[in-house]
Write a protein that binds this ligand. Structure first.
Ligand code: PGA
Length: 250
């Protein structure tokens, strides 16, 4: 039985005092969460240390939204895996479509980051997904295959245990357009098959695959009812404690 994960990607939202407010509201709501669900939050860097202190006495787990692939050095503006660990992060989102499309991150760069995160004992939430044009051109599976192959290049089966995959169709992120449960399940199933081919069938059975893209309390239950959808990576709806808790309870 795979674990359920509901993850909230705050993106570039919430200053320090707003972060404190959201976490305290969330803590009281998450206290009664279903036992088989892990709740992860990904606040901005500036709130991580405080978030770590505030969530210590709760079941909420903490991650960052990105990191640099080097150990340290002259990389103005960047943050290393070791720095994230030192403020209590356990997870890191890598390859989010906004990093790929706005900041030009390539599959090769994302692969370097994934390997560095694993080396440093941070669990990557590895994001993949096709654009609307790619879907309309009928090449969704090719895009997903290539992202999985390149992103996980050199990642061993043992290391894969620590990787969470997030399927986020780019056309569904922040647009209010969710993939239908059937559309999402089709790709999740395909990703599991890719993992089976690349690794093994136990690896495919074990790997956690989240869906992301306009997940809300109203659509979460039907998405999460699909066999290969193990949880959600939530953007907009995680910025309010009520709606995030709605998804957790769904
Ligand atoms: P959204 O974002 O829920 O606002 O669509 C999801 C994500 O980018 O992870």
């Amino acid at each position: 039985m795979r674990k359920r994960i509901i993850a909230g990607n705050w993106k570039m939202n919430k200053n320090l005092s707003e972060s404190i407010g959201l976490i305290s509201e969330l803590k009281s709501k998450v206290a009664s969460k279903p036992e088989n669900v892990d709740v992860l939050i990904f606040p901005p860097y500036t709130s991580l240390e405080t978030a770590s202190a505030l969530t210590k006495d709760s079941s909420i787990k903490l991650g960052a939204q990105n990191m640099h692939q080097a150990d340290g050095g002259a990389f103005t503006g960047e943050i290393s895996a070791g720095m994230l660990k030192s403020v209590g992060c356990e997870f890191v989102i890598l390859g989010h479509s906004e990093r790929r499309h706005i900041f030009g991150e390539s599959d090769e760069l994302i692969n370097e980051k994934i390997k560095k995160a694993l080396e440093e004992d941070l669990k990557p939430v590895f994001c993949i997904g096709e654009t609307l044009e790619q879907r309309e051109a009928g090449i969704t599976n090719d895009v997903i295959r290539s992202q999985v192959e390149k992103g996980l290049n050199g990642v061993t089966e043992n290391q894969l245990n620590e990787v969470i995959i997030a399927y986020e169709p780019v056309w569904a992120i922040g647009t209010g357009k969710t993939a239908s449960p059937e559309q999402a399940e089709e790709v999740h199933k395909f990703i599991r098959e890719l993992i089976e081919t690349k690794y093994s069938s136990p690896a495919a059975e074990k790997v956690i695959i989240l869906y992301g893209g306009s997940v809300k309390p109203e659509n979460a239950a039907t998405l999460l009812a699909e066999k290969d959808i193990d949880g959600a990576l939530v953007g907009g709806a995680c910025l309010k404690a009520d709606s995030f808790a709605g998804i957790i309870n769904a």
